[in-house]
Design a protein around this ligand. Structure first.
Ligand code: ADP
Length: 431
């Protein structure tokens, strides 16, 4: 039901009231008095309703406005309609919030909604269990007052939330947490906390298993190799088929030995995240040594190895690991480039980064394989890689070494033209 009132209608009403009261007053010879009395009566009626309205607005408990007829009845009806609409909207909004909260409670992760000033606005039950946030006591607290670990403070200071922050729970130091932050709405931040203790334990078990198995395999391999070498070196001439058999055993044992050695290196590098042997490493000198060392690897293929090494470039890290990573790239270039190839090794400052590159004019790598090269045991061409003695672990080792040296690997390759493996050390690696 709608009610409209126009200025014309209002003016007509006032004019007709004055005319009618004036006419009645005229009949009794008291025009002014009657018009005044009617006007006062009307004003009193309006003021009475104004008082009722104010009382209801400020003190009334009922949601329905007072009853009235005429124009005030219309006003009260209009107000009542608005209140009803508002309540309906409120109900819908509450229903949506309830659904959102139910959804957030069903999440297997702790979820906290933070303001841009990092104060806590809301969170689910799981967030209380993982982070010890109390409701509603901690609403308005800054998140770094509750999670006070240095790694989390650094993560917040960095302002870069692309990768997660790994930390332990502030209420239970056996719980390992992965914290992720992301923009939420226009001016809020969502913090998700995931319990990764089980995954970390499994990962630790896997690493220990690989390290132990590799370690245990070393002894039997050394024994077999010793006996094979002993038989091969003995004066008694072996029949040709035995000679072939022992030579095959020797090749395979050597391959297995290299594989086990690389597995051990990989698990050492993986476990070496908090490394005590970090120091300033003269990268220029290290690369020059590597270029000299690989000459014996190059005897068979006779590649031209050019070096463009800028002097005095230093980074902070583990010299042994850095050597193993750079050596891997160079020995791969030698192994996969056909004879008489050209390999360029360069080291230079590139803006605020340090750039080390090994470029060859070998077979190149197809684009679909490039992203998988650093996976363990990934080899583009298994049979060719086997012939070169490859295990598929070399670039996985490189990736792990670079991970904890603030460095990244970039691979540029063109099929049938050659490849370039580039390591970028960021400013953090230099500091
Ligand atoms: P591998 O021990 O087999 O060399 P890597 O992890 O070092 O293992 O390398 C993975 C794969 O990447 C190799 O099997 C090879 O197919 C490819 N690859 C690495 N370096 C080069 C290169 N310079 N040119 C062409 N292919 C390469």
């Amino acid at each position: 039901m709608y009610f409209r009132i126009s200025a014309r209608k209002l003016a007509t009403r006032i004019a007709s009231t004055i005319i009618v009261s004036g006419f009645v007053g005229y009949l009794f010879g008291q025009t002014f008095l009657v018009v005044s009395l009617v006007s006062i009566g009307l004003l009193t009626w309006h003021y009475n309703h104004l008082f009722k309205l104010i009382n209801w607005l400020w003190q009334g408990k009922s949601i329905s406005p007072p009853q009235a007829s005429g124009i005030w009845g219309r006003i009260y009806d209009g107000l009542y309609r608005r209140i009803r609409k508002q309540r309906q909207k409120q109900k819908q909004l509450n229903e949506r919030i309830r659904k959102f909260r139910d959804g957030a409670e069903a999440l297997p992760d702790g979820a906290l909604v933070l303001s841009t000033e990092l104060t806590i606005l809301w969170g689910n039950k799981k967030a209380s269990q993982l982070l010890g946030v109390r409701w509603p006591g901690d609403v308005g607290q800054r998140i770094d007052n509750l999670i006070r670990f240095p790694e989390f403070s650094k993560y917040l200071d960095s302002g870069n939330y692309d990768s997660p922050c790994l930390t332990i729970s502030p209420i239970n130091n056996e719980l390992q947490l992965e914290l992720r932050m992301m923009a939420y709405g226009s001016d809020q931040i969502l913090l998700l906390a995931r319990d990764i203790s089980k995954i970390q334990r499994l990962e630790e078990m896997r690493r220990d298993f690989v390290a132990n198995v590799s370690h245990e395999l070393k002894t039997p391999l050394t024994v077999v190799r010793g006996y094979v070498e002993m038989v091969q070196a003995s004066d008694a001439a072996l029949e040709p088929h035995w000679q072939k058999a022992f030579s095959t055993i020797e090749t395979q044992v050597s391959r297995m030995d290299r594989l086990v050695e690389q597995l051990l290196v990989l698990s050492r590098v993986e476990n070496n995240v908090e490394d005590d042997n970090r120091q300033q490493v003269d990268l220029s000198r290290l690369i020059l040594t590597i270029v000299e060392d690989v000459q014996w690897l190059n005897q068979e293929k006779n590649h031209t190895i050019n070096d463009y090494i800028a002097a005095d470039i230093k980074v902070y890290g583990n010299e042994h690991e850095l050597k193993s990573a750079c050596m891997n790239l160079l020995s791969n270039a030698i192994a996969y480039t056909p004879e008489q190839g050209v390999i360029d090794v360069s080291l230079r400052n590139d803006g605020n980064k340090i750039r080390f590159s090994v470029k060859d004019n070998g077979p190149g790598i197809k684009p679909e394989h490039v992203n998988r090269l650093t996976e363990r045991f990934f080899r583009v061409d298994k049979s060719r890689s086997r012939n070169t003695g490859g295990s598929g672990l070399g670039l996985a080792i490189v990736k792990h070494v670079l991970n904890h040296h603030h460095a990244e690997l970039s691979i540029e390759s063109e099929w049938n033209k050659g490849s370039e493996f580039i390591i970028y050390f960021t400013t953090k690696a230099v500091e």
